[in-house]
Design a protein around this ligand. Sequence first.
Ligand code: ADP
Length: 603
Amino acid sequence: MRLRTRMIIIALAAAAGALLVVLLVAGPRLRERALDNARSTLFAEARLMARLVRPSLAAGVSSDELDRLVDAAAGDVRARVTIIAPEGKVLADAELSGDALASVENHAKRPEILEAREKGMGSSLRRSTTVKRDLLYGAVTIEEDGELLGFSRVAYNLSELEEQAAQLQHAVAFALLVAFAITAVLATLLVPPGMGSMKAIMEAAHRFAAGDLAARSDVQRSDELGELAKILNATSDLLQERLNENERDQARTQAILSAMEDGVLAVDYRGIVLVANRTLVRGLDLQDPLGHHYTEVVHQREVGTVIEDVLRTGARRAIEVEFERFSQTYALTAVAFPGESGAPHGAVLTFHDVTGRRKLEQIRRDFVANASHELRTPLTSIRGFVEALEDGALEQPETGERFLRKIRTHADRMTALLSDLLDLSRLESGQTPPIWEPVHPDEAAEDVLSSFAALARSSRVELGHVDRGAPRVIADSDRMRRILEVLVDNAIKYTAARHGDGGGRVEVVTGPGVAGGARIEVVDNGPGIEAEHLPRLFERFYRVDKARSRELGGTGLGLSIARHLAEGMQASLTVTSEPGHGTRFVLDVPARPEDRPGGSTPA
Ligand code: ADP
C-alpha cells in the first residue's frame, strides 16, 4: 500500500475511533439527561397544578368540577395531569372524564404516590394500566396548612421523551459525522501529495544499489523530499567519483605492474594470490592465478618456503631459484606488506630474471677454464722440452734441434691461440665495427684461394673456385676474407687428414644468394661431421676430435670467430655435413646491411 494512502487511512481511523468513543460515552448520558430534565419539568408542572387546584380542593368542590379545571389546565402543559385524593381515589384526570374517571382504580399504591406521600414528591417510570402507555410520572403532595389535601400527578408520554432523546442523539451523531467528513477532507489535503516524488527517489536508490551508478532522481522540490533527493543524488555523485578514482588508481597500478620487467607476486596472510603481473604470468606460464592459493599457482618448493618464511617472520628474504621446467633462473626478493584493516601482513615477491646473466657467467667460467687449459698444454710441453734440454739433450745436437723445433711449434700454437683470443675479445666488445664497402665475393674468394694455394699443394688437396656470378654486395671485405680463410683452412686441414694420399678436394662456390645478396659456399669431401656435433660447432673451443684438432694446429676458436665476424656484418654462417662424404659451410651475405641502431652506416 502506498505511504500516502496509509497515512490518510491512519488519520481517518483515529478520527473514527474518537467519534465512536464520543458516541458510546455521550449516547446513554444524553438519554439520562433527557429523563432528568423531563423529571424536573414534571415536578414543576405538578407543583403548578397543585397550586392551581389547591383552593378548589380546600373548598371541597366536586370531582367533576375539579376534572374540568384540570382538563383546561392540562391543555397548557401538554401532559396528562391527575389529581388524586389522599386515600388514593382519582379526583380528576386530563384524559378521563365522567364514568371512566369514576371507575379508575385506587391510586394509593402507585409507586410515585407512595414516594410522594413519604418524601413530598415522587416519580416513577412505568406502563400505565389506566391508559396503556409507557409513562414517566411525577407526583407532589397538595397541602394546606400542613394538612394533606391530595396529590398532583403529571405524566409524560415516555415515547415522546425517547423520541426527543433519539433526536438529540441523531443530532450529535450527525455533528460527529460532519466532523469526520471534515477530518477526511483535511487528511487528504494535508498529507503531502509528494508521494510520486518519493517513488522516484526510491526507484533511483534501488537502481543505484543494484549497480547502476548513473541512477539519479530528478525530483525538484523545496520541501524535505526535495532535500532528501538532493542529498541522495549528492551521495551517489560522491560514491561514483570515489569508485572512478579507485578504478583509475587500479588501472595505474595495473599499468605500472605490467610495465615492470620483473615478475611481481603478492599474497595475503593466508597465501591467497592478490597480484601476479604480466611478466610473471608469462614467464612462469601461470594459469588464472588471482584468488588461488600460491601453492596451486607456483609449483616450486623454494618459492613456498620463502613465502612461508616472510608470512611467519615478516623479515626480508632473497634467494636465487632455478625453474628447470622453463630453464629460467630468478633472483627472488620477498618482503612483508601490511595487511588491510588489521589483517596480518602478506608477502610481496619480485622475480628478477637472471637467466642470461647466469648463462654468461657460466660461459665466462667455461671460457676461462678452457683458455687456461689450452694455454697450459703447450706451456707444459715447452717446459718439459726445456728441462730435457737442460738435462743434457743439448749435448746431443740432433735431439736438441728436434726439441727446439717442438718448443717452437708449441710457442706458435700459443701465439695462434692468443691472437685468436684477442680477435674474439675485440669482436665481442664491439671495438671494431664493420667497414662497409662494395665487395665482389668472387674476387674475395680468388684472393683467399691464392693465399692457400701453397698449403693445398703441400697437403695434396685440390683447390678450386666455382663462380656462378655472385652479385656485388655492400659488406666488409676484410671480414669476408677472414671468414673464408678460416673455412678454407679448416677444409684443407681436415680433408687432407682424410685423403693424405691425394683425392681431397675443396671448392669455393660464389653465386647469387637470397634477396639480391650473395652466397659463398666452402665445400669439401673430407671426413664430414656427425649431426650431433653440428649445433655446437660454432661454440668456442668446441672440437669434434680434440687430439686431431690440436695435432693440426687448431685452436678450437676458428669457427666461433668466423660466426662472430659474419653476424657483425649481418651475414649468416651455417653448416651441413654428411659424415664420410664431406662438409659444406654456407655464408649468406645480404645485398646491403639494414640500418640498425648502433651499427655504422654503410658508405
Ligand atoms: P679448430 O681450430 O679445431 O679447427 P674450429 O672452430 O675452426 O676449430 O673448428 C671446430 C671443429 O669443427 C674442428 O675441431 C673440427 O672438428 C670441425 N671442423 C671444422 N671444419 C671442418 C671441416 N671442413 N671438416 C670436418 N670437420 C670440421
